[in-house]
Design a protein around this ligand. Sequence first.
Ligand code: SAM
Length: 324
Amino acid sequence: MTDSRIHIPVLLDEVIAALSPREGGLYVDGTFGAGGYSRALLQSASCRVIGIDRDPAAIERGRALAQEFPGRLEVIEGRFGDMDRLLADHGVDKVDGVALDVGVSSPQIDEPERGFSFRFDGPLDMRMGRDGPTAADVVNTADEAELADIIYQLGEERMARRVARAIAAARREAPIERTARLADIIRSVVPKGKGDGIDPATRTFQALRIHVNDELGELRRGLSAAESLLAPGGRLAVVSFHSLEDREVKAFLRERSSPPPSPSRHTPVTAVAAHHPSFRLLSRKPVDPSEAEARNNPRARSARLRAAERTEAPAFPASGKEAA
Ligand SMILES: C[S@@+](CC[C@H](N)C(=O)[O-])C[C@H]1O[C@@H](n2cnc3c(N)ncnc32)[C@H](O)[C@@H]1O
């Protein structure tokens, strides 16, 4: 049996092909994780890599990998949404490629103490980094309507109201502090899906994880930060795992790669936002895992890669949606 705590990189060949690393280039691996992408980048060209992860355990693994590639890999603890500022602190303002492989890593999900999984009992934590409220804080303090919104919007759980009501009733008895108790509360009100074998707790756990780590906000900020950092010709490769994330990436790249609207006779020239595309899509369609990869690595099944090349045009002004 393979050790499930070993993280098998998803769409690895496809990501490296999209980044097309070159000799002397500088690449950012914004979701260092177990270092799968960083290692492959370092092996495919004599380039340098800066790995970023908000999880101190990933940074620890990164230090070991850095020793294998002296002077070529640096790992920084922080959020990729801040990557422009993090890199500026290291004297870097332009890079040749940025990879993002969003979501959780196998070591995070399979370590009960991290509190991500409904399959093992552990403290209800779910934070990838060290700071901010835990899932237990959210579950025990958010009001019932807010909980229902989180579960509906970020988990796409149709029975969100029912789950929120059950959580509110259970926490009146005693605070919910363990993953197993939360999973049981959810299972008591959400029936098992017919035929798909999906645990009824899946969608609520996903929602809490995305909320606790502000994953969609991070993604928006990370995409804009990558746009500012990439040199002309630099490549962006983003792997996402569910439709909410993919929607963000698709909308960002569609906006940044579309030609500016042509001014009409009725529109004053000054009112037309003349943004020239800051990205060129590498392919219109996202790249999905091959059948073999999906068979061998269940985590890969829902993965999608979108990739684009930075043009010479200036970065778009911040839309405000990226705000923390
Ligand atoms: C799917 S894993 C990446 C695996 C990696 N590509 C590999 O091959 O080993 C995602 C990693 O990104 C980190 N992460 C997620 N969101 C982050 C963020 N906003 N900033 C920094 N790291 C983040 C997680 O802590 C986790 O270690």
